[in-house]
Design a protein around this ligand. Structure first.
Ligand code: KIV
Length: 284
C-alpha cells in the first residue's frame, strides 16, 4: 500500500456510507505493522491486550501507559497511513477526567495516533466528553470489556438476556451522544449489534465476535495466526497457523545445532589465506 493516502475519520465514514466494511486488527510491533499496512488494513488497534499477547501477563490490568506508548510508536513507524488507535490501559482514565485527557493526549503527541479507545458505558461518558472536548477522537468499547472481566464473571458473551441487551443499547447511545465517533462491540449477540448499528446516527459500529451487521470487523492478530498458545476464543478465525510454522522451525534449528548440520558454509564468513597467514605471523 505504498501509494495509499492517510486513512482519516472521513475515509472511514465514506467507506461505511458506501457499504464497504472496515477491516481492523490489533498490532503491537513494527514488522507486523508493516505487513498490515502492506495488506491495506483500514484501522489498527494497539490494544492493551499486548499485556497478555506480548508481555505474558494473565490479564490486561498490569499494562502501563509507558508500555502502550512504546508499542504504539513502533506500530506507527510500520504503518504510516493506517488509522491508528491507542487503547487506554487500566487506570489511565478511570480516576478522573483530567487523567483521561492527559493520557489520551500522550497517545496523540508521543505516538501519532488518530484516536484513542476506552472501555465502559454510561459510567464513563464524562471521560469520553472530556477527551472529545480536548479535540481527540474517541472510540468506545462495550460488551465484553476485558478490564472489567472480574466484575463481568469471566470472558463470556454479554447481552444475551433482554435486560442486559437493553443496557448495552442504552450505553451505546450514551457513548455516541458524549462524542465517540466509533464503538467496538465485543462478544455481543448479532441481533443486539444490528440494533445498535441501525440506531447509530453519527457513529461507526465495529464488531469483535458480534456478527456481520456492524460497519466493520476487528480481530486480535495473535488469534488469527495461532500465536497465543494459552487461549483461543471461539469467535476467532485462524487464517494461518504461523505459531505451528514457528515452533517447527525452532525445533529444527535446535536439532540441527545438536547434530551439527547447522551451520553450513553459506551460513558463515571466511578470510583469505594470505590474511590468515599474516595473522598467524602476528600471533607468533
Ligand atoms: O486490548 C485489546 O486488544 C482490545 C480488544 C480485546 C478489543 O481491547
Amino acid at each position: 500500500m505504498a501509494d495509499r493516502k492517510k486513512v482519516t475519520i472521513r475515509t472511514l465514514f465514506t467507506k461505511a456510507k458506501q457499504k464497504e466494511p472496515l477491516s481492523w486488527l490489533t498490532c503491537y510491533d513494527y514488522p507486523t505493522a508493516s505487513f498490515q499496512e502492506e495488506a491495506g488494513v483500514d484501522m489498527i488497534l494497539v490494544g492493551d491486550s499486548l499485556g497478555m499477547t506480548m508481555l505474558g501477563y494473565d490479564s490486561t490490568l498490569p499494562v502501563t501507559m509507558d508500555d502502550m506508548i512504546r508499542h504504539t510508536q513502533a506500530v506507527r513507524r510500520g504503518a504510516p497511513t493506517a488509522f491508528l488507535i491507542g487503547d487506554m490501559p487500566y487506570m489511565s482514565y478511570q480516576p478522573s477526567v483530567e487523567s483521561a485527557i492527559r493520557n489520551a493526549g500522550r497517545f496523540m503527541a508521543e505516538a501519532s495516533c488518530d484516536a484513542i479507545k476506552l472501555e465502559g458505558g454510561s459510567e464513563i461518558v464524562s471521560r469520553v466528553a472530556g477527551i472529545r472536548a480536548a479535540g481527540i477522537p474517541v472510540v468506545g468499547h462495550l460488551g465484553l470489556t476485558p478490564q472489567s472481566v472480574a466484575a463481568l464473571g469471566g470472558f463470556r458473551v454479554q447481552g444475551r438476556g433482554a435486560g442486559q441487551a437493553k443496557q448495552i443499547i442504552d450505553d451505546a447511545k450514551a457513548i455516541e451522544e458524549a462524542g465517540a465517533f466509533a464503538i467496538l462491540l465485543e462478544m455481543v449477540p448479532d441481533r443486539v449489534c444490528k440494533i445498535i448499528t441501525e440506531r447509530a446516527e453519527d457513529c461507526l459500529i465495529l464488531s469483535l465476535g458480534s456478527g456481520p451487521h456492524a460497519h466493520g470487523q476487528l480481530l486480535i492478530y495473535h488469534d488469527m495466526f495461532g500465536l497465543y498458545p494459552n487461549f483461543k476464543p471461539r469467535m476467532a478465525k485462524v487464517f494461518g497457523d504461523a505459531g505451528k510454522v514457528i515452533l517447527e522451525g525452532l525445533q529444527e534449528y535446535h536439532n540441527e545445532v545438536k547434530d551439527k548440520t547447522f551451520p553450513q558454509p553459506e551460513n558463515w564468513f571466511t578470510m583469505k589465506d594470505e590474511e590468515y597467514d599474516e595473522l598467524m605471523e602476528l600471533l607468533e
